[in-house]
Design a protein around this ligand. Structure first.
Ligand SMILES: NC(=O)C1=CN([C@@H]2O[C@H](COP(=O)(O)OP(=O)(O)OC[C@H]3O[C@@H](n4cnc5c(N)ncnc54)[C@H](O)[C@@H]3O)[C@@H](O)[C@H]2O)C=CC1
Ligand SMILES: Nc1nc(=O)c2c([nH]1)NC[C@@H]1CN(c3ccc(C(=O)N[C@@H](CCC(=O)O)C(=O)O)cc3)CN21
Length: 288
């Protein structure tokens, strides 16, 4: 199934596409933990579930196997593939594996540069990976985009030009980096549309449920924290249950505003946590 068609259909019907994301667990915690989470997440009926690939620079890679599991649960999988630590040969190997498992959709990424590991040189940018995969003709592609500007980009104009190039190289829909201030997303979306980027753009929302996660998101994703968000997180830093509930409530309020403003999709960084995804889905289900 082509995911870009899902967005087109939803738009015609005045609806919003809801998708989830899971990550392969580290080697120490078994693959069963994500399978258990997927059983629950699939019941919430998302339009698709994406599966990260070496997220945050981790080595664990069971992306194809987990994406196959998503498919077996009747949900369309979107497999991430990064090229920073892959050369042409290893990319081909991954693509063959995706194909053999019936995976049709790939989120083509450059990937995080891991300190101490020399990046491979066959594909320098996600757009290079897009062109390469597109030429094979087997997959539909998605790309990542950055409402707060990618940390390595000179400025917003350069970043948007690069994004346009990525779309021209074959990315048929986009998923945004997580953000906590909707105004930042709207400004980015306007700029992208002005630049002629007309593919669907899903807003990436991360319900923050613990203090360690907040720091990780700031350093890894460059997300800025609005004052109201920081105040809430500070107030409950020593009360895990209240912090979790406040994180969920904050995400819900962001999502309601995004839907009211006609966003194409909501991509929920569910972090393998069906409890959090369930609370959010329950709250917004009737609004999609
Ligand atoms: N592992 C995963 O599952 C996920 C990883 N990410 C992370 O997002 C970050 C970047 O990934 P992508 O967005 O796929 O990379 P990208 O290659 O599209 O962009 C990365 C940087 O390179 C610049 N750039 C892009 N194309 C260019 C070109 N043709 N010429 C010159 N500069 C260019 C961009 O402006 C940006 O600053 C990484 O840190 C990645 O790991 C994001 C989501 C999920
Ligand atoms: N730069 C960047 N890299 C990514 O991999 C990435 C983004 N941005 N933005 C969107 C999502 C968010 N992703 C993430 C974010 C954090 C973890 C993470 O913290 N993983 C922990 C386990 C967390 C937990 O168990 O709750 C780990 O230690 O791997 C994983 C994927 C993947 N994506």
């Amino acid at each position: 199934m082509k995911l870009s068609n899902l967005y087109t259909k939803a738009k015609e019907e005045g609806k919003t596409v809801l998708s989830f994301e899971v990550f392969p667990p580290k080697k120490t915690s078994g693959i069963e933990t994500v399978y258990k989470a997927l059983d629950e997440l699939a019941k919430m009926n998302p339009a698709y579930i994406s599966v990260t690939y070496g997220a945050g620079g981790t080595e664990a890679n069971n992306t194809a196997i987990i994406a196959e599991k998503v498919k077996s649960l009747g949900v369309e999988p979107l497999a991430h593939l990064t090229c920073v630590n892959n050369d042409r040969v290893s990319v081909e190997k991954e693509l063959d594996e995706f194909k053999s498992k019936g995976i049709e959709n790939i989120l083509a990424l450059r990937g995080d540069i891991v300190p101490g590991i020399e990046p491979k040189k066959d594909f320098l940018h996600a757009s290079d990976l897009c062109s390469y995969i597109k030429a094979r003709g087997d997959f539909e592609l998605a790309g990542a985009c950055y409402p707060e500007v990618h940390m390595e980009a000179k400025d917003m104009v350069e970043d948007i030009k690069n994004l346009k190039h990525k779309v021209e190289c074959g990315a048929e829909h986009l998923i945004s980096q997580l953000f906590f201030d909707n105004e930042v997303f709207y400004k980015f979306q306007d700029m992208a549309r002005c630049a002629g980027i007309d593919v669907p753009i899903a807003a990436g929302i991360m319900p923050v449920t613990n203090t360690k996660q907040i720091q990780r998101m700031v350093s890894m994703c460059g997300a800025s924290l609005p004052a109201n968000f920081s105040r809430i997180m500070q107030k409950y830093e020593n009360n895990p249950e209240a912090l979790r509930d406040a994180g969920i409530a904050y995400a819900i309020q962001q999502i309601i505003d995004l839907i009211a403003n006609g966003v194409d999709g909501i991509h929920l960084y569910t972090m393998n946590n069906p409890y959090v995804a369930g609370k959010i889905t329950e709250a917004i289900g009737s609004m999609l």
